[in-house]
Design a binder for this molecule. Structure first.
Ligand code: IPE
Ligand code: IPE
Ligand code: MG
Length: 260
């Protein structure tokens, strides 16, 4: 059972620091192109931005950080870029996992791992097991992830769990089977690189997330860029369907009907 309720059913507490930040790390290729470097050089520099962002997230008391590293659609890229990205993932994880563990980071990967090499799957499993007891920051990397895949696999699990049931499913029954059921829904979504789209990221979970788009290319993303995103988040009024007046009156936390 997930300890968290869906934002469309119950209003989560709103705090100054977002509990869960989810990021589409985009713009590596353009960062490299601007410097007349091969696209993959941008991916390598992107790893440094990941390291800095994790440190900044811990510093600011963010509890869950979710990073989109490779989408189910990214297999369409040239084979050598895909293979470089896979190798970069393996190399970076091998290099960083001990330090992440020492820093109290719990590491997880979400996505359809079936398409990965067995050595990468093994490395992911080992890293998840090593850090399973950590609580300072819950870091999730989405790899070969697609929001539609996630909903579909949840529905398939649900049908296996209740083979005779044909109707009357609840949102919670699906949410509990999504690959991030261990986390509250993201409070803040950030996409770097200037594109304003979701690209099949956490479709279900982003239903009520505050969205922040920035032109900064991912390799240039740093603590101050994160602070800008958090500052923008703090300006938002998270109404979850209520009126502004209800929020000011402080009566918004008590739904009058199950779906109100
Ligand atoms: C994001 O950067 C990294 C991945 C998708 C793996 P891109 O590689 O998409 O960079 P742009 O969008 O081409 O600049
Ligand atoms: C989305 O980036 C996925 C990741 C950052 C891993 P893309 O750059 O591949 O997205 P689209 O295809 O341009 O929307
Ligand atoms: Mg891109």
């Amino acid at each position: 059972m997930s300890p968290f309720n869906s934002s469309t059913r119950e209003i989560p507490a709103v705090t100054g620091v977002p509990r869960h930040v989810a990021i589409i790390m985009d713009g590596n290729g353009r960062w490299a192109k601007k410097r007349l470097m091969p696209r993959v050089a941008g991916h390598s520099r992107g790893v440094e931005a990941v390291r800095n962002t994790i440190a900044a997230a811990i510093d600011r008391g963010i509890e869950f950080l979710t990073l989109f590293a490779f989408s189910s659609e990214n297999w369409r890229r040239p084979a050598d870029e895909v293979s470089f990205l896979m190798q970069l993932f393996v190399r970076s994880l091998r290099k960083e996992i001990a330090r992440m563990h020492a820093n109290g980071i719990r590491f997880r990967v979400i996505g359809d791992l079936a398409r990965f090499d067995s050595s990468l799957i093994e490395l992911i499993t080992e890293s998840e097991e090593l850090t399973a007891g950590n609580e300072r920051l819950q870091l999730t990397v989405a790899a070969n992830y697609g929001g539609r895949w996630d909903i579909l696999q949840a529905v398939e699990q649900l049908m296996q769990d209740f083979p005779d049931k044909r109707e009357g499913f609840t949102e919670d029954e699906i949410a509990q089977r999504l690959s991030m059921s261990y986390a509250p829904e993201p409070d803040l979504f950030i996409r770097t690189g200037g594109e304003q789209r979701i690209s099949n990221f956490l479709l279900w979970q982003l239903a009520y997330t505050e969205l922040h788009f920035t032109d900064i290319l991912w390799p240039d993303f740093d603590a101050s860029a994160l602070d800008t995103a958090i500052a923008s988040y703090r300006q938002r009024e998270r109404r979850f369907g209520r009126t502004s007046e209800q929020l000011t009156a402080g009566t918004a936390g008590t739904p009058s009907a199950p779906h109100a």
